[in-house]
Design a protein around this ligand. Structure first.
Ligand code: ATP
Ligand code: MG
Length: 615
C-alpha cells in the first residue's frame, strides 16, 4: 500500500469551537460547525474548511465508485442554464420561487440549476439518435441551487448543496426498470458504506412494487419525514401508508361503567375493497339499539376516554370538514389515530385552488354541528359521511350524539346510518399492522438522502428529444433520474453517529483514520516516539494526523473527540516508561494499552478490518 501523508495539527486550519453556535438547530449542524468542518456563508449556504472538505471528498468518492460500478458515465454539467430550456419544459413557471433566476448584461435570463433534467435532455437531443446507442446513463456530481422557503438544519436543507444526479435514456420500460433497479441497489451500497441506517421507501402509494419512485431514508430523529417500517421490508411515509389499524369495541353498562372492551381483527386497508360493505356490521333486529350515554365533558377523545375508562381505540373520532367543492363531510377515523392531511387532500381537494379544510367553530355552528359531540346518527341534512376502512371491523360504534354532553353507543353502520364513502384517511402510527405480513410496524423519522425516479417520456416529449428505432420510426426517450444528496448524506452520517463529545465518523469518511496524541510535545522521549509512530503508520498506508501542537492534553483530547477521528493513539511519558501507548477507540471510547513494539501492526490490523467493513 502506498504511504500516506501525515497531517499536522500545528499547521492544519481547524478552528474548533468550544461553545455551541447559537443558531445551530440540529446536532449535525452544531457539530459540523464546532468541529471546524464548515462555516456558514448565508442562510443555507456553507463553505467547507479543510477537515470538512476531506470528508466531503470521501462521501463523493463513495458515491462515484458505486455509480461508476453500474456503468453510469460521469460528466459535469454547468450550473448556470439558459432560461429557454426551462421555458421549453414548462418548469420556468412550474418550479416557482425555489428557482434562483438571474439576468446577464444583455437581459438574457438564466437559472442556477436545482436539478438537470432540462440540460441533459438538451445535450443529448439531436446527437443521441439511434436505438443502438441505448440504453445510456450519465451522471455528474455538482452544486445545486434551490431558494428553499425555510433553509434550516445546516447541510440537511441548504440553498446550495452538492448532489449526484444521474439521467438514463431507454427504448423500453423494461430497460428503464433494469437501470432503476441498479441505481437503487447502488444507493443501498452507498448507505452501507457511509454506515447509514436506512430504509428505502416507495414514495408513491407506499406499496411494495410501487416502483415509480423510491426515496432512501436515513433514520434520524431530526428527519422531516415520518416513516412506518416493518422487518419484512415494507416501509412507507406515515402520511400515505395503507396499513392495518386495530380498533376495539366498547360495551358500556347503562350506568356508564365499562362492561368490556374487545379487540377486533385489524382490517388491512390494502386488502379491503374501496367501497366494501362493513364487514362486521350485523344489521337488523335482535341486536342492541343505539343508547344515549350522558358524557358531560369537553368533548375531546382524551376526556371521553378518561370519563368512560376506555381506550382511545374503542372510540370513533369525527372531523367535520368542507371539501374543495363546497360539500360538507364528517370524516370518521379510529379514535386513537389522526386524520392524514395528504390522504384527506387526495379525497377532498378539487385542485390546488380548491382545497378542503377543517370546519371552524363558526362553520360548525352554521351547519348545526355540535363541537366535540358529532356523530353519524342524526346529522343535519346534506352532510355526508366518510369513514376509514379500519372502522369496518367494528359492528357498532361509540360516537357523538350530535347533542351537547351526549354520546351514543351501539350505533351500527348500515342499520343506523349509511357511510357515503369508505376512504383511507388515518395517518399510520406505531403499532399499526404491516399490510404485507401483519406484524406491528415501527415508526421512525427519516432524512431523504436519495431518490430514484422513473420519469417516462415527460422531458423527452416536452423538449422534442427523440431517437430512431430499428424501423426508422421516431420515439421520445424513456427516461429515469436518480438524485443523491452528497452534502445532506454527510450531515445524516453525523445525525446518526455522535455523542456529547462530538462526531463519531465511520472510517470510510473520517477526515483521517488515526490521530497520534503526544501528551508533552517538548518532552525528549514523547515527541520522537509520537513522530516515529505517526511516520510508521503513514508508511503502512494509514491516514494519520499528528497533534503536534504545544497544547495541554485536555485540549488535545477534547478536539480529538470533537473532530471524531476513529482511533486515537495517546503517547505519554508514563506509558512510554513501561513501553506502552494507549489506544482509544472513538466509538464507545474504549481504551486499552498496547506495547510500543506491537502498536503499528495492531493498528494496521484494526484499520484494515474496519475499512473492509465499509467496502
Ligand atoms: P426534499 O423533499 O427534502 O425537499 P426533494 O425531494 O425536493 O427533497 P430531490 O429533487 O429528490 O429532492 O433531490 C435529490 C436529493 O437531493 C434529495 O434526495 C436530497 O438528498 C438532496 N436535496 C434536495 N434538496 C436539498 C436541500 N435543500 N439541501 C440539501 N440536500 C437536498
Ligand atoms: Mg426527493
Amino acid at each position: 500500500m502506498a504511504a500516506a501523508r501525515i497531517l499536522y495539527m500545528s499547521t492544519l486550519y481547524a478552528p474548533t469551537l468550544k461553545e455551541d453556535p447559537g443558531d445551530a438547530d440540529v446536532v449535525s449542524h452544531r457539530l459540523l460547525l464546532r468541529a471546524a468542518m464548515m462555516r456558514k456563508v448565508a442562510a443555507g449556504v456553507y463553505s467547507f474548511l479543510p477537515l470538512g472538505f476531506r470528508v466531503l471528498r470521501k462521501v463523493e468518492q463513495i458515491v462515484r465508485e458505486e455509480i461508476d460500478a453500474i456503468g453510469c458515465q460521469e460528466m459535469v454539467m454547468s450550473i448556470i442554464q439558459p432560461g429557454e430550456l426551462w421555458h421549453e419544459s414548462g418548469r420556468w413557471d412550474d418550479y416557482g420561487p425555489e428557482l434562483f433566476r438571474l439576468e446577464d448584461r444583455h437581459q438574457h435570463v438564466f437559472a442556477l440549476s436545482p436539478t438537470q433534467e432540462e440540460l441533459i435532455t438538451a445535450i443529448v437531443r439531436g446527437e443521441l439518435r439511434s436505438y443502438k446507442q441505448l440504453p445510456l446513463s450519465l451522471y455528474h456530481i455538482q452544486w445545486k441551487y434551490r431558494d428553499e422557503v425555510r433553509p434550516r438544519f445546516g447541510l440537511l436543507r441548504g440553498r446550495e448543496f452538492l448532489m449526484k444526479d444521474a439521467y438514463s435514456f431507454h427504448t423500453s420500460y423494461e430497460s428503464l426498470q433494469e437501470h432503476y433497479d441498479l441505481q437503487s441497489a447502488a444507493y443501498g451500497r452507498i448507505c452501507e458504506r457511509l454506515g447509514l441506517r436506512y430504509v428505502p421507501v416507495a414514495a408513491d402509494s407506499g406499496q411494495i412494487g410501487g416502483k415509480v419512485t423510491c426515496e432512501f431514508m436515513a433514520l434520524a430523529a431530526s428527519g422531516e419525514a415520518e416513516i412506518v417500517h416493518c422487518g419484512c421490508g415494507y416501509a412507507a411515509n406515515t402520511e400515505v401508508a395503507e396499513v392495518g389499524i386495530e380498533v376495539h369495541e366498547a360495551f358500556m353498562a347503562g350506568d356508564g361503567s365499562t362492561n368490556g372492551v374487545l379487540p377486533t381483527e385489524a382490517v388491512t386497508d390494502a386488502a379491503a375493497p374501496a367501497a366494501a360493505a362493513p364487514t362486521a356490521a350485523a344489521a337488523g333486529a335482535g341486536t342492541p339499539q343505539p343508547e344515549r350515554i350522558h358524557t358531560p365533558i369537553d368533548g375531546s377523545i382524551q376526556a371521553l376516554c378518561d370519563f368512560l375508562g376506555i381506550p382511545a381505540a374503542a372510540t370513533v373520532k369525527a372531523i367535520a370538514l368542507a371539501a374543495g367543492d363546497g360539500s360538507t363531510w364528517v370524516a370518521f377515523i379510529p379514535g386513537d389515530h389522526e386524520l392524514g392531511e395528504i390522504k384527506a387532500a387526495k379525497a377532498f381537494n378539487v385542485d390546488a385552488e380548491h382545497p378542503w379544510h377543517v370546519l371552524s367553530e363558526a362553520e360548525l355552528a352554521e351547519r348545526g354541528l355540535v363541537k366535540g359531540f358529532i356523530g353519524p346518527v342524526g346529522l343535519p341534512r346534506g352532510i355526508r359521511i366518510a369513514a376509514d376502512p379500519a372502522l369496518q371491523a367494528l359492528s357498532s360504534w361509540l360516537t357523538g350524539a350530535n347533542e351537547a354532553d351526549y354520546h351514543l353507543q351501539q350505533v351500527r353502520p348500515g342499520r343506523d346510518f349509511a357511510v357515503d364513502s369508505w376512504i383511507d384517511l388515518a395517518t399510520a402510527q406505531a403499532g399499526d399492522r404491516c399490510p404485507f405480513c401483519g406484524q406491528p410496524l415501527a415508526v421512525e423519522r427519516g432524512i431523504e438522502v436519495g431518490q430514484v425516479f422513473q420519469l417516462g417520456t415527460k422531458y423527452a416529449e416536452s423538449m422534442g428529444a427523440n431517437y430512431m428505432d430499428e424501423d426508422g420510426s421516431e420515439h421520445p426517450f424513456i427516461m429515469g433520474c436518480y438524485g443523491w444528496g452528497v452534502t445532506r448524506s454527510l450531515a445524516a452520517v453525523v445525525e446518526q453517529s455522535n455523542d456529547e463529545a462530538g462526531i463519531i465518523w465511520p472510517i470510510s469518511v473520517a477526515p483521517a483514520e488515526v490521530v497520534v496524541l503526544p501528551l508533552a510535545m517538548d518532552d525528549n522521549e514523547v515527541e520522537p516516539a509520537a513522530r516515529n509512530l505517526a511516520a510508521a503508520l503513514a508508511e503502512a498506508g494509514i491516514e494519520v494526523v499528528l497533534d503536534d501542537r504545544k497544547e495541554r492534553p485536555g485540549i488535545k483530547f477534547a478536539d480529538a473527540d470533537l473532530i471524531g477521528w476513529p482511533y486515537q493513539m495517546i503517547v505519554g511519558k508514563r506509558g512510554l516508561a513501561e513501553g506502552n501507548v494507549e489506544l482509544k477507540v472513538r466509538k464507545g471510547m474504549v481504551k486499552s494499552l498496547l506495547p510500543l513494539t506491537e502498536v503499528v501492526s495492531k493498528l494496521v490490523e484494526l484499520v484494515m478490518s474496519d475499512r473492509q467493513q465499509y467496502r
